[in-house]
Design a protein around this ligand. Structure first.
Ligand SMILES: NC(=O)C1=CN([C@@H]2O[C@H](COP(=O)(O)OP(=O)(O)OC[C@H]3O[C@@H](n4cnc5c(N)ncnc54)[C@H](O)[C@@H]3O)[C@@H](O)[C@H]2O)C=CC1
Ligand SMILES: Cc1cc2nc3c(=O)[nH]c(=O)nc-3n(C[C@H](O)[C@H](O)[C@H](O)COP(=O)(O)O)c2cc1C
Length: 188
């Protein structure tokens, strides 16, 4: 069979499969190997919040990155199978609340299967200009408007223009590395 015929066969098979059952590409890495490698990348921990026509929601995310400062833009990767996905799909307001030392319980609360009302009842909130909730205790908050979205595999990548930032009082950071939390920049 020619290469072209092979590609045709692969394409039609993939079209009939859901994302969950799709096999890795030929010669590709397993999800386990990829995750084990990614566990070696330290990342800040954030609670991503939203409010609007899709309702109020929030989840924990480490897949957050700066894209450009002109215009100030960051990105957030959200698994489309998460319970919060419909809210983020239907709202344009989004706030990235970066956690600090001692916030492990908030990360676990927003990263678990906890009902939404229970997640929000655990801490204090203000409302950003966009309408998204700002975590009062955050190390820093980025109030954003979602300007663009792209689906890659299981996730949606949300590109977010930063409308305003709010700096918290603390200087430390909560980092997720090797499947555990680490506190850095804590003075004293
Ligand atoms: N980007 C994401 O969607 C992330 C999801 N998680 C979720 O949190 C839970 C615990 O994670 P860990 O303790 O770090 O162990 P893990 O073995 O599930 O993940 C190790 C690393 O792989 C990456 N990763 C995990 N799941 C991913 C996904 N579905 N898509 C893209 N990258 C992914 C992350 O960098 C993560 O720190 C898991 O349910 C995991 O799915 C954690 C970090 C990032
Ligand atoms: C430290 C940590 C980092 C996470 N990072 C992400 C992320 O970047 N993107 C994502 O979609 N889910 C991420 N998750 C998982 C979501 O927080 C989790 O799926 C969601 O809050 C719970 O989903 P549920 O509401 O469907 O129960 C992370 C979880 C933890 C604990």
């Amino acid at each position: 069979m020619s290469v072209a015929q092979n590609l045709h066969v692969d394409d039609s098979r993939h079209a009939a499969l859901s994302i969950a059952t799709m096999p890795p590409p030929v010669g590709g890495l397993s999800r386990e190997d990829y995750r084990n490698a990614m566990a070696r990348l330290g990342a800040a921990v954030n609670i991503i919040t939203t409010d609007g026509p899709g309702g109020r929601a929030g989840f924990t995310a480490s897949a957050v990155s700066s894209v450009t400062d002109t215009p100030p833009t960051l990105l957030v990767c959200l698994n489309r199978s998460a319970s919060v996905y419909p809210a983020f799909r239907d709202n344009q307001a989004l706030c990235v609340n970066t956690l600090g030392p001692g916030h492990q319980h908030l990360s676990n609360l927003f990263g678990g299967k906890t009902p939404m009302a229970q997640r929000f009842a655990a801490c204090d909130w203000k409302t950003a200009a966009s309408g998204a909730p700002i975590l009062a205790q955050a190390a820093v908050s980025f109030d954003c408007r979602v300007t663009s979205r792209t689906c890659i595999g299981t996730h949606e990548v949300l590109f977010c223009q930063v409308l305003a930032v709010e700096l918290g009082a603390g200087t430390g950071s909560l980092v997720y590395f090797d499947r555990r939390y680490h506190e850095i920049g804590v003075s004293g």
